[in-house]
Design a protein around this ligand. Structure first.
Ligand code: MN
Length: 316
């Protein structure tokens, strides 16, 4: 495994204009990975750029402190934390066949690239990027430590999810020693909510429904709620955690209405339902305790499609 990463590091060292692509609806892991790698490459004297088909969310602006956008014809294109081509968003058509290196931790990865490096044991792509940066021989600055720590902290729910490993903590400890601002980062990401977020949460709770003797809880976020509250959609991160927080709930379902129609579904499970397997039946994927898919509307039809695959999980 390390050997492959060495090859990727060797490949990157030979390149000079590296374009890093992060996934649509960017989260802390894709941005932390992208920016961590960006700063490492810049330290090695290379030109680099980080792009995303959606705007970079404000709450992650501290990752971009020393980012200088650069436009060039890339000699190497890297995707970070992108599990499937669809997550390239509007870049899909332009970049799909041009990816040189794919670095990810999703077991269900379906990307095509010259070099694909997947470590599904890594809690976050940032864990892999940490190893890669060491291979590249770039010194880890406090800003880089902040980037890598952000991805690890967000993808592990602040070191609480089952994907958290001893290695996760070892890497986090290394990042502590490089000066990462863990207190501010975690307070900003986990203990701070905007007013509009609270307004949306209040409305979302009104939509909650239970199925399978209260072992399945479902909430809906509509475009109307998003419009009325004027919430920055990145601010909706973590709403999907709400249904699973309820005592006795095994499957938490969050349905978010999409602008283009249909619903983006986030599934969170507690103990025995394989979220990735359920979502795979609807064309999606992800991890065993957290996965996603898209279902067509209208709402009642979307709910039915979901329940048709969820309910059988409770009938064995
Ligand atoms: Mn990730």
């Amino acid at each position: 495994m390390t050997e492959d990463l060495q090859k990727i590091a060797a490949k990157l060292k030979q390149k000079n204009r590296i374009l890093i692509i992060t996934h649509q609806n960017p989260d802390g892991d894709t941005l932390g990975s992208g920016m961590g790698l960006y700063y490492a490459l810049r330290k090695l004297g290379k030109r680099a750029n980080v792009i995303c088909s959606d705007p970079f969310p404000k709450k992650f602006s501290y990752l971009f402190q020393e980012f200088e956008e650069d436009e060039f014809e890339p000699d190497c294109i890297v995707t970070v934390d992108i599990a499937s081509p669809q997550l390239l968003g509007t870049y899909l058509e332009h970049f799909q066949d041009q990816i040189d290196i794919c670095i990810d931790h999703h077991r269900s990865n379906t990307m095509e690239a010259d070099a694909v490096y997947i470590d599904s044991k890594a809690a976050a792509t940032c864990e892999i990027i940490y190893q890669l940066v060491l291979e590249l021989g770039a010194e880890i600055s406090p800003l880089m430590a902040n980037c890598l720590y952000t991805g690890i902290s967000t993808d592990t729910g602040c070191f609480k999810f089952s994907n958290t490993t001893a290695e996760t903590h070892r890497i986090a400890a290394e990042l502590f020693e490089r000066g990462c601002a863990y207190e501010q980062i975690n307070r900003g990401l986990f203990d701070t909510k905007s007013k509009s977020r609270i307004v949306v949460e209040k409305e979302v709770l009104e939509t909650m429904e239970f199925y399978c003797e209260h072992r399945v809880a479902m909430i809906v976020i509509t475009q109307e709620m998003i419009r009325n509250s004027q919430i920055d959609t990145a601010d909706l991160d973590g709403v999907a955690a709400i249904p699973r927080q309820i005592e006795g709930v095994e499957v938490g379902v969050t349905m978010r209405e999409r602008l283009e129609g249909g619903y983006k579904v986030s599934l969170r499970t507690c103990q025995f339902v394989d979220a990735a397997a359920v979502c795979a039946k609807l064309g999606g994927g992800g991890h065993i305790r957290a996965a996603g898919c898209v279902v067509d509307g209208p709402l009642e039809q979307a709910k039915k499609a979901l329940l048709d695959v969820i309910v059988p999980c409770f009938e064995q």
